[in-house]
Design a protein around this ligand. Structure first.
Ligand SMILES: *[C@@H]1O[C@H](CO)[C@@H](O)[C@H](O)[C@H]1NC(C)=O
Length: 390
């Protein structure tokens, strides 16, 4: 009997030790992970309903009041759009608190600090990317699973993972995302756009010949292979070339580009892609895929589809860029988003003559849902819409 008890006690102690060791390991891994995210120069942002700046300090802080769309997408009974449009949602999405009216007519929280954009999230992947739990377990476009070796190879060539030191050290970083919309035509916003510290442009939208309306400065050009400019002379000097990787081929393509190797055309792209990008490796970056994931599932409310690419769950590059900016800029403006419904003859894009009526049903995007997302951001004063198309 006594022996039995002793053995039992010994086993119990062993089990306890194991438990403690595991617990400690888990805890340290978590701490390490937190450090990685916080190690960046990212800005802590939150907003209030009118976009007023509250508080002071080196970095401006605002307080947020945007209702997060539930990330239980495509549930027929719970349409995130309708929920947020109700006056008094039955289930408050966040903020347990005193029973004061929490929502305005548009479904915006009236008074609440939200963690919406306060989570630091680095703009670009750096050499610690494999520790980033938020993207590790998702395959592209929502994460990097399966891409480790390609990304490692790319980063070992680019070596730089940040903006310029000057931009990184700004105490108030103002960013503008320039969309490609025809709504920019004849608005002479060029100078206003160039006045921002960081000017983000998307895909192959050119600036030569359009400077008056869209400006002449480019800090980041974010693109995927099919969207990249194929005419080398259109690339701006002094700009970063940033890959938004939507599928594994995209990372493979960037590796060819960085190492100036021959791009093989058979690689599963849906249209012809650029085979060269006139940028040196240190001017090339990989956009943190977390912004694609967060834009899709947390902000816009697209179908989760088990974290895989599926019908209507890919956010447009514009929304992804805005999400990136909300985490990394103190002030975010957009231009060239949305359409001016009063001028149906306006071009779809500012740089070509295709008319708006040419808009096709999209398999990958949910334009309507994105429009609602952008409207909320503008209405809440979280972003400024320079061309009034949203
Ligand atoms: C822009 O202005 C030019 C010159 O005045 C005009 O010809 C053109 O139709 C305008 N475009 C739009 C979309 O308003």
């Amino acid at each position: 009997m006594k022996m039995g008890l002793l053995v039992f006690m010994r086993n119990l102690l062993l089990a306890l030790c194991l438990f403690l060791v595991l617990g400690f390991l888990y805890y340290s891994a978590w701490k390490l992970h937190l450090l990685r995210w916080e190690d960046t120069n990212s800005v802590v942002l939150s907003f209030d309903s009118v976009g007023r700046t509250v508080g002071s300090g080196r970095r401006e802080r605002k307080t947020v009041t945007l209702v997060l769309l539930p990330s239980i997408p495509s549930h027929p009974a719970v349409d995130p759009g309708t929920v947020s449009a109700q006056k008094e949602p039955k289930e408050p999405v966040a903020a347990p608190g005193p029973a004061i009216p929490k929502y305005d007519k548009l479904g915006f929280l009236l008074k609440l600090d939200s963690k919406l954009f306060s989570k630091p999230a680095p703009m670009f992947l750096d050499d610690s990317f494999r520790k980033w739990a938020r993207i590790r377990d998702f395959v592209p476009p929502f994460g990097i699973k399966g891409q480790d070796n390609l990304i490692k190879a790319i980063l070992s060539a680019t070596k730089d993972y940040r903006l310029t030191p000057a931009l990184d050290s700004l105490s108030c970083r103002r960013c503008v995302i320039v969309g490609n919309g025809g709504v920019l035509v004849n608005k002479s916003l060029g100078l206003k756009i160039d006045d921002y510290d960081v000017v983000v442009r998307l895909n192959s939208a050119p600036i030569k010949g359009f400077e008056k309306d869209v400006g002449g400065k480019t800090t980041l050009r974010i693109t995927y292979p099919e969207g990249a400019m194929q005419r080398l002379e259109q690339y701006e000097k002094d700009s970063f070339f940033v890959l938004a990787g939507f599928k594994w081929q995209d990372f493979k393509w960037l590796k060819y580009i960085v190492y100036k190797e021959k791009v093989s055309a058979s690689d599963g792209f849906w249209k012809s892609v650029a085979t060269r990008v006139p940028r040196e490796p240190h001017e090339i970056r990989i956009l943190n895929p977390y912004f694609i994931q967060e834009a899709a599932f947390s902000f816009i409310g697209l179908p989760f589809n088990n974290g895989l690419m599926g019908r209507g769950n890919i956010p447009t590059l514009g929304s992804v860029a805005i999400t990136m900016a909300l985490h990394n800029c103190d002030e975010v403006a957009v231009a060239g988003f949305g359409y001016d419904m009063n001028s149906p003859n306006a071009p779809l894009h500012y740089y070509e003559s295709t008319k708006m009526s040419a808009i096709k049903e999209s398999w990958t995007h949910n334009i309507q849902r994105e429009k609602e997302f952008l409207r909320k951001l503008v209405k809440a004063g979280v972003i400024t819409d320079l061309s009034n198309g949203i």
